[in-house]
Design a protein around this ligand. Structure first.
Ligand code: AMP
Ligand code: MG
Length: 354
């Protein structure tokens, strides 16, 4: 072979190699562009603003589906919509009601968590929440005899669930205010993943469900609200986790006596829980567990919440006390970056057995 031809062949090879590389790179970058494409859907459901963010090719269509799913769940669980299953249960006058699989599953979970938390979570607390005016526009301080009378209608053990059949005594009402959003978050994340979405952030009014990680593979950064004012307590780095916070700061009123009354009720007393905590954040795989626990650990207070964690340990938590001290479980310690003033407050790491 002549030298000139050899050079020509070599040049051809380099050219072909280069062209292939450009093709491969551009194919990669095309796929990447689509994978990174961001879609957002914002709407109002379950009494809160919802923002769904998802990345990927068909994410816009999937988000629309997710919005429809939320509307469907709300129409099943609304306490006020006369056509909802919850409304039907609450007006059944002691008769058996046949409910859908999804509502039966949520009710079974709520009852299980009620028993597991010794009634700190109680899906039948609604009449008491209503008496305090947290379901409507106007808050009031009920008389203690009124609360005692209403508490007679409350008690998760009054609810009899057998498969899809539920019986509640006349006067007892169920409500998923403390668990429904977390459960809905699980359903939405399942729906998104089934549709091939690997990166999404579901924000149900602060109940966060992170599907996968950010499109670049890094953790999502989730702001945890400062329970004492504007801004964040800190920022949490997580992938594939739900993060749910409960606190009286979310909804409260100041009574004529100048006292603050929060929306999380201690089912033992009928009064807003005063357990010495400002907020409870729970981090776990399942949104429903986070939602159920953030409410009930808030009712329990610091010591009982730590005992509960020690017993189950299938979640992480961040507790903020009225003394502005922070208690967090060891699993989450390296994931949180506390904001300004909070980082100089007392920080206690909760470890197994302590
Ligand atoms: P969350 O924001 O998830 O902590 O839920 C609080 C909401 O659940 C309140 O606004 C009430 O509607 C309802 N609720 C209040 N106290 C309780 C309780 N102890 N158990 C179950 N639901 C409650
Ligand atoms: Mg909750």
């Amino acid at each position: 072979m002549k030298l000139k031809q050899k050079i020509h062949n070599k040049t051809m090879k380099i050219f072909i190699l280069f062209t292939c590389m450009v093709f491969i790179l551009s194919a990669c970058s095309n796929a990447t562009d689509k994978d990174y494409e961001e879609f957002k859907q914002t709407f109002f459901a379950m009494d809160t603003f919802i923002t769904l963010t998802a990345y990927g090719k068909n994410a816009d269509a999937v988000l629309k589906e997710a919005e429809n799913k939320m509307a469907e769940l709300e129409s099943l669980w609304s306490v006020t919509d006369e056509k909802s299953e919850v409304f039907t249960i609450n007006h059944s006058k002691g008769n058996a009601v046949e409910i859908s699989n999804v509502t039966a599953d949520l009710l079974a979970f709520a009852l299980q968590m009620a028993s597991q938390t010794d009634g700190a979570l109680d899906p039948t607390i609604y009449p008491v929440v209503d008496a305090w005016g947290f379901t409507g526009e106007e808050n009031r301080i009920p008389e203690s005899h009124e609360l005692a009378r209403l508490l007679g209608r409350v008690g998760y053990d009054k609810v009899k669930l057998n498969g899809n059949k539920v019986i509640v005594p006349d006067g007892t009402e169920v409500d998923f205010g403390a668990v429904g959003k977390g459960y809905a978050g699980d359903i939405l994340s399942g729906l998104l993943m089934d549709a091939g979405i690997r990166s999404s952030l579901i924000d149900l009014g602060g109940n966060i469900q992170a599907v996968g990680s950010k499109p670049d593979g890094s953790d999502w950064k989730i702001g945890i609200r400062n329970p004492l004012g504007d801004g964040n307590l800190g920022v949490l780095s997580v992938s594939d986790r739900a993060v749910v916070t409960s606190g009286s700061y979310e909804r409260y009123f100041v009574g004529e006596d100048g006292k603050e009354y929060g929306h999380i009720i201690d089912p033992e007393t009928g009064y807003p829980a005063e357990s010495g905590l400002l907020s409870v954040t729970v981090i776990a795989k399942q949104g429903k567990l986070c939602d159920a626990l953030s409410t009930s650990l808030f009712v329990m207070g610091l010591d009982k919440a730590m005992d509960y964690w020690n017993q189950y340990q299938d979640f992480d938590m961040i507790l903020v006390t009225e003394q502005q001290e922070i208690y967090l479980t060891e699993g989450i310690q390296s994931q949180i970056e506390l904001d300004g003033a909070w980082s100089s407050n007392g920080i206690h790491v909760i470890k197994t057995g302590k």
